[in-house]
Design a protein around this ligand. Structure first.
Ligand SMILES: O=P(O)(O)OC[C@H]1O[C@](O)(CO)[C@@H](O)[C@@H]1O
Length: 451
C-alpha cells in the first residue's frame, strides 16, 4: 500500500492545463518561503507546519494516560467544544470507528460512548443527552482555545453541575479534563481553581488547525484509536508536502487548482464522499476553508455532499444547474469488509447482473459514473485517493488539507489564519442578551427593531 494520499486533476481539464500550473509556480514558491522560513520566535499562527515532528512528547504521554483513565473509569465521555475545538475529533472518531459505535455493547466498543456538546444552544439536545447518560459513569473533556466561547461555556456550566451533583465536587474534578490556552482565559482560570487536569492548545496553532494537538488527540485516544499512528501519517505528509516544487507537492497542486478554477468563476467547491463515515471530515474541512478564505469579499464557498445519497437529491443541480462549481472527491480505494450480492433463482428484482459483486465494487462504479457524468456537465472534478480509512491516512489527510488551505489563502491574497467576521453575530447576541460592556450595541439594535 502506498504511504501517501494522491491528488489527480486530470478530470479538471480543459479548465486547468499544465501551462497554468507552470505560470502559478512563482506565487507558490513565494508563499512556500513564508510558510517554511518563518521566524520561529515570531508570534504567528504557523505552529501547525512543524507540529507532526515537533509536538510536545511529554504532553502526548499525558494524553495517552488520561485517555486510559477515561477508558477505565467511564462509560461515557462528553466532549464539549465548538468549531475547531470539536470537528476534528468528531471527524476522526466517526470515520475510524464502527458506524454505530455508541450503540455497541461495551465489550465490542473499545472505549466509552462518546457524545459531543457545546456546539449550539439547543435545549432539547442537552436534555436528551442528560437522559442518555443517566446511571452511567461520566467524564468530560471541555475544549476551548480562547476559554470564553459562549456555546461550550454554557454547556460546561450545565454539565459540570450535573457531574458535581452526581459525584460531589472533588470526584467530579477528577473526571473533568480541560484543553485550553496555557495561561489565559476563563477555562484556564476555572481549571486552576478546581484542580482539573489541563492540556494545552499551543499559542501558534489556530483552532481549525488544532486537531493534531490535545484538542483532537485526547478524545480520539479515549475512543481507542491509535494516535501515534495518526501522528506518523501526519509526519509523512509533512515530509512529502514540504517540497517547494508544485510538480512534487500534491497539496500545492490542489491549492493551485482551486485558485485557477475560482478565477474561472467556479466559486463553489463541493467536497464529495462515498462513505457516510466521512460526513464530519467534510464538516471539519468546511470550517478550515471557510474561516481561512472567506474574507475581503473573496473566497470559494465550501459545501459538501455524501454520494450516492445526494445524487438522488442535488444530483440534478450538479449535472445541469448553474455552472459555478467544481467537486473534490475523497476516494477511498480499499475496504476490508466484503458484502457481496448473491444470485437468486428467479431474479425477480433484476439484480442478477450484479451477482458476485461487492458493495465496494458497486460504490466504485458509482464514483466513476458520476465523475464522468459531472465532468461532461462542465463540473470539473479533482480527486484525492486515500488508500484506506485508518489512523495513518487520517493524519496524512489532515496535514494535506491544512497545507493546501494555507497555500490557497495565500494565493487568494487573504490572511488564512484569522476569522474576524465571526465576531459580528456574537456582538449582536451579547448585546441582545444584556452582556455587560455591550450597552451601546444594545441601544442600536433596539432602535433597529423599533423601526
Ligand atoms: O476554541 P474556542 O476558542 O472556543 O473557539 C471555537 C471556535 O470558535 C471560533 O473562534 C469562531 O468563533 C472558531 O475559530 C473556533 O474554532
Amino acid at each position: 500500500m502506498p504511504n501517501k494520499i494522491t491528488f489527480d486533476y486530470s478530470n479538471a481539464v480543459p479548465f486547468i492545463n499544465e501551462k497554468d500550473m507552470i505560470n502559478i509556480e512563482a506565487s507558490i514558491h513565494k508563499a512556500h518561503e513564508h510558510l517554511h522560513k518563518r521566524d520561529k520566535n515570531a508570534s504567528d499562527a504557523l505552529g501547525w507546519v512543524d507540529l507532526p515532528e515537533q509536538y510536545d512528547r511529554t504532553e502526548f504521554k499525558r494524553i495517552e494516560k488520561a485517555a486510559e483513565k477515561i477508558r477505565s473509569d467511564s462509560d461515557v465521555l462528553i466532549v464539549i467544544g465548538v468549531g475547531g475545538s470539536y470537528l476534528g475529533s468528531k471527524a476522526a472518531i466517526d470515520s475510524l470507528s464502527h458506524t454505530f459505535r455508541n450503540q455497541l455493547k461495551p465489550e465490542k466498543r473499545n472505549g466509552p460512548e462518546i457524545y459531543f456538546a457545546g456546539h449550539h444552544f439547543s435545549q432539547s439536545y442537552l436534555k436528551d443527552l442528560i437522559d442518555v447518560i443517566q446511571d452511567k459513569e461520566v467524564s468530560i473533556n471541555v475544549i476551548s482555545k480562547s476559554g470564553t466561547t459562549t456555546e461550550p461555556a454554557i454547556a460546561f456550566r450545565l454539565l459540570r453541575d450535573y457531574l458535581e451533583k452526581k459525584y460531589g465536587r472533588e470526584e467530579a474534578a477528577h473526571r473533568i479534563y480541560a484543553t485550553t490556552d496555557k495561561e489565559k482565559g476563563a477555562l484556564k482560570h476555572m481549571a486552576s481553581l478546581h484542580g482539573y487536569e489541563t492540556f494545552t492548545v499551543p499559542d501558534d496553532v489556530g483552532g481549525r488547525y488544532s486537531v493534531l494537538t490535545a484538542v483532537g488527540l485526547l478524545p480520539i485516544a479515549a475512543a481507542g484509536l491509535d494516535i501515534k499512528r495518526m501522528m506518523e501519517g501526519a509526519q509523512e505528509a509533512k515530509k512529502q508536502l514540504s517540497e517547494k516544487s508544485i510538480s512534487k507537492n500534491d497539496a500545492y497542486q490542489y491549492a493551485a487548482c482551486r485558485y485557477l478554477l475560482y478565477k474561472q468563476h467556479k466559486v463553489m467547491e463541493m467536497l464529495v464522499n462515498y462513505e457516510p463515515k466521512l460526513h464530519y471530515v467534510s464538516e471539519w474541512w468546511k470550517q478550515l476553508f471557510a474561516e481561512s478564505e472567506g474574507k475581503d469579499g473573496k473566497g470559494l464557498f465550501p459545501v459538501s455532499a455524501g454520494f450516492s445519497t445526494d445524487l438522488h437529491s442535488i444530483g440534478q443541480y450538479i449535472q445541469e444547474g448553474h455552472r459555478h462549481m467544481f467537486e473534490t472527491v475523497l476516494h477511498i480505494e480499499s475496504n476490508t469488509e466484503n458484502i457481496t450480492v448473491r444470485e437468486t433463482e428467479d431474479n425477480s428484482d433484476g439484480l442478477n447482473y450484479l451477482s458476485g459483486k461487492s458493495l465496494h465494487d458497486i460504490n466504485q462504479k458509482a464514483f466513476i459514473g458520476a465523475l464522468y457524468a459531472h465532468t461532461d456537465g462542465e463540473v470539473p472534478n479533482l480527486v484525492l485517493s486515500i488508500p484506506k480509512l485508518n489512523e495513518y491516512y487520517f493524519g496524512y489527510l489532515v496535514y494535506f488539507f491544512e497545507k493546501a488551505c494555507a497555500m490557497s489563502g495565500s494565493l487568494l491574497g487573504v490572511n488564512p489564519f484569522n476569522q474576524p467576521g465571526v465576531e459580528a453575530y456574537k456582538k449582536n447576541m451579547f448585546a441582545l442578551l444584556g452582556k455587560p460592556g455591550y450597552e451601546k450595541e444594545a441601544e442600536i439594535l433596539l432602535r433597529r427593531t423599533k423601526k
